[in-house]
Ligand binder design. Sequence first.
Ligand SMILES: Cc1ncc(COP(=O)(O)O)c(C=O)c1O
Length: 367
Amino acid sequence: MDGVLRLYFGESNQPTPDYIKRAAIEAMDSGYTFYTENAGLLSLREEIAAHYLRLQNVALDPAREIVVTASGVQALNVTIRCVLDPGDEALILTPAWPNGASIVAMSCAKAIEIPQPLRGDRYEIDWNALEAAVTSRTRLLVYTSPSNPLGWTATEIDQDRLLEFSRRHGLWLLADEVYDRLWYETETLGTPVPSILRKATRDDAVMVVHSFSKSYCMTGWRLGYLIARADLAAQATQLNEFIVSHAPSFTQRAGETALRDGEPELAAMLHRLKSNRDFCIDALSRMPRLTIPRPEGAFYLFPRVEGMTDSFDFCRRLLLETRVGLAPGVAFGVGGEGSIRICYAAGMTILEPAMERLHKFLDRMEA
Ligand SMILES: Cc1ncc(COP(=O)(O)O)c(C=O)c1O
């Protein structure tokens, strides 16, 4: 459809910054056109370790605990496939970006979705439901913080309990932290959400997934990484060989530059995102029927629409009648129905008319 105000996607509308593009061109010119190690260039893994120490105060062994992957989704793919046998079960906190559950299914295992209840304006973890869902086949617990689509971030208490729960039941804990830099709760923007790795020991069965897509506007480059216990990282490295072998070499070099020089651009982007978020919350809070959970991170809002039971139909009608494109909550698994996801990583020339049209659409529903 032409002329759609697109807020259904999961990426910023900003192109990759020039300094990253230049780094890729320079890398190609200086010979980074060959295969690299399956775990990625050691120079990038060292840069990731330095970055982690600087931002999270966590010391990682770049040779044994970090694997570069051709995207965050590829990091999810290898981590999940490494720990599940056919017939195993994985607990997944939902609403969530659906790829985790799909990768579990592709491993011939079963995804058990545990919806996060909304209490007041904050999502929580349903610990009783988690306990009740554990069986002799449960191997893995997956959560995303900051969350797509909720914007929720795990608190330190949540992290302690997730770790304790996983240790007690002998599960792997997979934390999707691809939105860790997009956090709006601190005085100075740019402080990452504290990683679960601050709490876990390097011997814990913990895996963390990262991506360059969101923080550096590099969605099309396909670059991510995983951090895991050394034995799992070694297996993931082998599995990488049979899927894509490794991430493109010049992309990896550009990733090094992004980590080293990216803070000023990132800070500018975070200011724009925070002001977009606040603009949308303000606009939504004046519309009928909506409950707006408070999003602490990522770049999504996930308002609940009172009385709406078919979010797909709602979004289709919104699109046809107003040319505003939102993602239906049902796409994000159990607990998602009844809500709509709005990506606010867009310019004001899109957000302003989109909010106006949504308001009128909801007014018409009311009438
Ligand atoms: C929660 C979450 N994890 C992982 C990814 C994967 O990102 P990419 O494959 O672009 O690195 C996304 C992308 O939307 C996401 O929302």
